[in-house]
Design a protein around this ligand. Sequence first.
Ligand SMILES: C[S@@+](CC[C@H](N)C(=O)[O-])C[C@H]1O[C@@H](n2cnc3c(N)ncnc32)[C@H](O)[C@@H]1O
Length: 338
Amino acid sequence: MMEYPTHSPRKFLGMLQQYRETQLLFAGISLKVFDYLKHDTSAEKIASMTGYDERNLTLFLNSLAAIGLLEKNNHQFRNTPETELFLSQNSPYYLGEYLTFWNKMTGLDQVEELVRLGPDPAIQEQNQGKELFDFRKLARLTAVEARTGRVQSFLRAAAQFVEPTAPLRILDLGGGSGMMAIEFVRQFPLASGVIFEQPGVADVPEECVAEGHLEHRLSIMRGDFMTDPIGGNYDLIIASGILDFANANLKELTAKIAQALTPSGYLYLVSHRVSDDYISPKESIVGWLSSHLAGLDILQTRSNIELALTSAGFRKTEIKPLDGAIQNLMGEFYTLAK
Ligand SMILES: C[S@@+](CC[C@H](N)C(=O)[O-])C[C@H]1O[C@@H](n2cnc3c(N)ncnc32)[C@H](O)[C@@H]1O
């Protein structure tokens, strides 16, 4: 009888299927079909509201139901609870635009060409994330994304050591939307502080602060955190997803952060925890691949970060590490060694 090969090709066929499912997800977001599916609705009705072709819309919705993004009963379709929460534009947690942006930002359409021809010498020479990424748009989109879990993780962990009525001064360094600081001062009514951002991005957190009517408790500081003063005497500094942008000057930045803290202050660090061989976590390695192929070389390994933190006088606290979301990033608290 014919022998099986030593391994099954199932893995590759599974990857192909995953790719098709991802295409369906983005087509669904782009066609905005999830906006119509809070309740049981027929394809015919959606076709009449959107002008889409009824036959092909039915086929498409069947496929979305087959991959678990929709439920189907008696020829009617509706969103699953997750789909309704994150893919319908009617939800305050709508992530369609964020996912589309992230897909574009980390897309690998150029991978073959870049592997053949190499990086862009200008990007490689500058090696500045802020030149390559649209941080302004990212900040705007993370105002929602941050509240889908990672701000909550941070606040729950902070509640383990912050007195509810403590008059803390906080700094959200490279704060993006500033949502971490904004929700922190909401939870702790005597807390106040600063969101530090580069000038081209800073009006995004400024608007978010104004929307929350928190101007009297949170100010915006504009600048480059590598070269400009960041203020001082903070009780808590949030450094979420920013250390990679220090490039070769990681030790200088961690020392600057240590100096800006009070002696009993806390640092909340969210980083990628990249292994020394650059193969894990796979989400960070693959997510950064397009920008690294383009010429950047800024991803900091976990051991590099730990070395810089130790030399700046930080030690990790017992406060349990929590999910930091932005895809696999972890949040951890540090204090200054006495
Ligand atoms: C990955 S985002 C993280 C944003 C935010 N902390 C969060 O967790 O959503 C990195 C942020 O650092 C800011 N940034 C990068 N380099 C900077 C620099 N040299 N000075 C000031 N901000 C910088 C970017 O504008 C961006 O908003």
